[in-house]
Ligand binder design. Sequence first.
Ligand SMILES: C[S@@+](CC[C@H](N)C(=O)[O-])C[C@H]1O[C@@H](n2cnc3c(N)ncnc32)[C@H](O)[C@@H]1O
Length: 337
Amino acid sequence: MRVATPGPAFSRPAAPAPRPRTDRAGPTAERHTSVDDRRDAPDGAAAILEACLAGRLSAPVALGRLLLAAPPGDAVATLERALAAVAVPEGDRARRDRLAELRALLGELHAGGVTVAELARSDAGAADAPGDAVARWASFFDRAVAASEEASVALYSLGSPRILERATAEVVALLERWGVLGPERRVLQIGCGVGRIEARLSSKVREAVGIDVSAGMIAAARRRCAHLPNVRFLQTGGRDLRAFGDGAFDLVYAVDTFPYLVAAGMPLVEAHLREAQRVLRSGGDVVILNFSYRGDVAADRRDVARLAAGHGFDVLALGETPFTVWDGVAFHLRRGA
Ligand SMILES: C[S@@+](CC[C@H](N)C(=O)[O-])C[C@H]1O[C@@H](n2cnc3c(N)ncnc32)[C@H](O)[C@@H]1O
């Protein structure tokens, strides 16, 4: 999804979104001669492929970024040619396995994934346009979710429920490891998308609430979780948490949503930290998975540490990379007494 931004978590902005993480494997990435001179590859593809073959980027994330980098109208054929042209040195088992995974995953690419990537590319640049950034994200995600529920929340899923499920399981495992779930806990997700996390958390918490600016996302989330009585969703204006009272939650978390807040401006980020502090009970937790799509984790760590100090949070984890499917960067804060 990160097509440059908004989107589904990927990377370099290609879309109106905050910048997609594609860039992480972009201009500064090391290159490898075996893929450097692929003539058929889209711009930037060599670096992305090399990052994946070297084990620095998962195959789903690499393919999501390659999709964003591919020319419109011909993405799949371009990626097929690019992968077919990769040569792996005899005996390099690890590279051969990763190349095989890339080729197999390309076969799992759904049409909706291609459409979401196209949307992100065509919206690229909107992030910096004047006007209401929150409304632009809502419009982008309404269109994206109509094309693919899976790709709209995570481009790296390629539109595949199976890949998204693997990534979701890793997110939930991290929340469990960090001890922020429990049968008495009420949890709030900012930017809940299609409710894939709530569907998984329902059995692990007392109540799971999701908010989102996109009406299409909220409708999809309600359909997905209609059978879960302790889950509810609310469309909000995206500027605060005014729908909730003081101390209402034990956990406030965001999965790939802060990049859109950051893209809309630091005052919106500050407002959400201030509001999170208000709606959390003392000792409650904040988990942020991906703070920005700037491609500068050191800057993200500095910003999150500063925000935590300014809003009364202790820092328990500052920019960890705990996942194998998704390249999300994880932050854990705790509200002081
Ligand atoms: C990349 S999607 C991730 C969705 C979900 N967290 C997941 O991982 O499945 C980002 C979501 O953030 C939502 N969003 C963007 N800006 C928002 C804001 N200011 N307030 C609430 N939601 C927002 C979008 O509509 C979109 O559903």
